[in-house]
Design a protein around this ligand. Sequence first.
Ligand SMILES: [Mg+2]
Length: 226
Amino acid sequence: MRHPVRHPVRRPPRLPALLLLALLASGGCAGTRSSYPSVPRAKEEVREYVESGGWERAIERVTTRALDYLRRRAPQVARPAIVLDIDETSLSNWPYSRDLDFAWSRSTWNAWVDRADARAIEPTLELYRWASGNDVGVFFVTGRREPTRAATEANLRAEGFERWERLEMMPAEWGEGSAAFKSARRREIEEAGWTVVLTLGDQPSDLEGGHAERGFLLPNPMYTVD
Ligand SMILES: [Mg+2]
């Protein structure tokens, strides 16, 4: 592995899960749960988890299972394909989350994406490489918005994701949620004659809605997206 995953992302702004737990505890609605960390401590735990390599090791445990399934299944189906999410699945935006202290805004996010400086998540890159070398179609389906296509493509290529069948990006004005967008794209991939062997993402909305044989969910300690 080149280095521990140093980044992560976010789209529709959401409080990080640990932060939310801490807020719930402090709000008195879980009076017996005195063991919740303070907000600063929760953030520190996430920083330590990511920067120690713990996050990447947890990702690898999932991608290992995904690759096992793909290697077994790809030879058995017609036109095998995989669907990959981008943020916190293929590319890590950890510097963005860290430097903004887990805050998010559309303007700062767009500026970060335009830098095309996110790093590959190595375990996912390994899965990608196996797929690319074994006649498995690779489809990126992302909540990143269409206007960021050029920067996103440049970033993917610079990090080793060099070829794909399609890169499906959310329209700038999309308002129906991530799961609806992503499952509709997978349906189109199937309708084009591919067998979607698996979909890989860091949010349940990357997996919901069918049109994939299997879904593999990666950990994301920084944020959640609907
Ligand atoms: Mg993601």
